[in-house]
Design a protein around this ligand. Structure first.
Ligand code: PEP
Ligand code: MG
Length: 533
């Protein structure tokens, strides 16, 4: 019996099953040069493989948006150009040219500071693997055809593997590589399959068929468990399943506390696909739409029209509130097409509203796009990182300027659109009373507020044990903000991770928080806490 304790993934669930050892075919490219006469043949091989893969992905795109993104990668000019140039000018065969190009592009993503963008490298490799298998005439393992209960153990999985999996047979996933915000983790959580990622050495510790117990919430794995341990895990699993059933039965219920206060339970999302996946959980709206992902995924500032299409689609999907936070870039988030000057302290530097107020043209394009989308649902605007009344005033003035333009152009929008702000800086806490008179709502961003109040970098592992949103200073700040908001008659929500933390929820309810916005996976748990408090 071997026991491993690993990092948690924000995924829940317990599994006890034999291992399905996921082994990829050898896709190592042929290591041979080509003559001039062979160039056109190799170009043709690549082109044929690309066409087949594009077609395959086109079919798969009907089942998940991820494949539409993969189709874009496969059809991307940069990839095509990179492979063809290698074949034409460097005498490389198609397989080798493809492998090198994929690695080059994936490494470009992997080198970015932002975790979300870094993990998009996996999508590039996913497409590369599909193309390489075509070129080599190999079949990739098909997790969709599994017929027995198992825990899939793999070096890494790709979204294309995960989406085909049958949750009835795949009871858990353990990967040696990968990160918590990879698409695989997100998909597995959506499918309610417990997943543990980045488990060092797991491939050497298990064989195909080894019995494994895993608890995704605790981050524990036991390989070849003794009978007693296996029994304990099976009991925990049964208790977990009973709890889930109870939680699912509560989904239709409005979240009302014992004292009769209706609490709004919302989701944090980064794109329209997240919205779609959050809907079945029974959310009251979106408390945070992180619009920066729209900017980070492109190779140019998204135009007003491009943004409008996305916001409109999201607004139409959600019958209730859709809170769009304006661009929150800088800090640890960069744009591939915009060069940021190197800063000594990026989190104290040029970020969020500070950038928007300087790049007015782009800011106005975003505000116009949001305003236009407000004609299709209940849309709210939220500014990040506010420290002064001047910033809030400038932001609001620009909203008014955009409204005037739209009126003159005869374009519809919600005249009464609410404009609120995040409370994530100490300055906004100390001045909460003044801000509450100027903002239509508050949303407390505890991720940043904690780091700024405690002077503890939110991304630095060395000080992670000091990063604590239950610190008395943070709690006092939250209480102060809620009181200030309520005195001025505005709603106070929270969209930092704390809002979905089951340990923190009772305290926040006691303080009078009106809205909890969190990852969709946490909503069921928070709802049950609200109903019991
Ligand atoms: C926050 O700071 O709490 C927040 C929700 O914003 P982000 O995590 O995107 O900085
Ligand atoms: Mg923040």
């Amino acid at each position: 019996m071997k026991q491993l304790q690993v990092e948690k993934t924000a995924s829940r669930g317990i599994a006890v099953a034999p291992v399905y050892y996921y082994q990829e075919p050898d896709l190592t490219p042929e290591d041979r040069g080509i003559s001039e006469e062979q160039v056109s043949g190799e170009l043709e091989k690549f082109e044929n493989a690309r066409k087949c893969v594009m077609e395959e992905l086109g079919q798969l795109a009907k089942t998940s948006e991820i494949f539409a993104a993969h189709q874009e990668i496969a059809g991307d000019f940069m990839l095509q150009d990179s492979v063809c140039t290698r074949i034409r000018t460097q005498g490389k065969n198609a397989q080798l040219a493809l492998t090198e190009s994929i690695e080059e592009i994936a490494n470009l993503f992997a080198g970015m500071d932002d975790e979300y963008m870094r993990e998009r490298a996996a999508d590039v490799r996913d497409v590369g693997k599909r193309l390489a298998a075509r070129l080599k005439g190999k079949k990739l393992p098909d997790l969709g055809s599994l017929q027995e209960e198992c825990i899939v153990v793999a070096r890494d999985l790709y979204s294309s593997d995960t989406v085909k999996m049958n949750a009835h047979f795949v009871r858990g996933i353990i990967t040696q590589e990968g990160g918590v915000t990879s698409h695989v983790s997100i998909l597995a959580k959506m499918m309610n399959i417990p997943i543990l990622v980045g488990v060092q050495g797991i491939l050497e510790q298990v064989r195909d068929g080894s019995l494994v117990c895993m608890d995704a919430e605790e981050g524990s794995i036991v390989i070849d468990p003794e009978d007693e341990v296996q029994k304990q895990y099976l009991e925990k699993k049964a208790a977990y399943e009973r709890e889930r059933e109870l939680l699912l039965a509560l989904r239709g219920k409005p979240a009302v506390t014992k004292a009769g206060k209706r609490i709004s339970l919302c989701a944090n999302v980064g794109n329209v696909e997240d919205v779609r996946q959050a809907l079945p959980v029974g959310i009251d709206g979106v408390g945070l739409f992180r619009s920066e992902f729209l900017y980070m995924e492109r190779d140019h500032f998204p135009t007003e029209e491009e943004q409008f299409q996305v916001y409109k689609e999201a607004a139409e999907l959600i019958p209730s509130e859709l809170t769009i936070r304006t661009l929150d870039i800088g800090g640890d988030k960069e744009l591939p097409y915009f060069s940021f000057e190197k800063e000594e302290n990026p989190f104290l530097g040029w970020r969020a509203i500070r950038i928007s107020l300087e790049l007015r043209e782009q800011f106005k394009e975003q505000l116009r796009a949001i305003l236009r989308a407000s004609a299709f649902g209940h849309v709210r605007i939220m500014f990040p990182m506010i420290i002064s009344l001047w910033e809030l005033g400038e932001g609001r003035a620009l909203v008014e300027e955009c409204k005037k333009e739209l009126r003159e152009e005869g374009i519809a929008f919600d005249e009464n659109i609410e404009v609120g702000m995040m409370i994530e800086t100490p300055a906004s806490v100390l001045q909460a009373h003044a801000f509450a008179r100027e903002a239509d709502f508050f949303s407390i961003g505890t991720n940043d507020l904690t780091q700024y109040l405690l002077a503890v970098d939110r991304g630095n592992k060395k000080v992670a044990n000091r990063y604590d949103f239950m610190h008395p200073a943070v709690l006092q700040a939250i209480r102060q903000v809620i009181e200030a908001g309520h005195t001025a008659g505005i709603k106070v929500g929270m969209c930092g991770e704390m809002a979905g933390d089951t340990g923190a929820v009772p305290t926040l309810l006691e303080m009078g928080l009106d809205e909890f916005s969190m990852s969709a996976g946490a909503v069921d748990y928070v709802r049950s806490l609200v109903l019991n408090n």
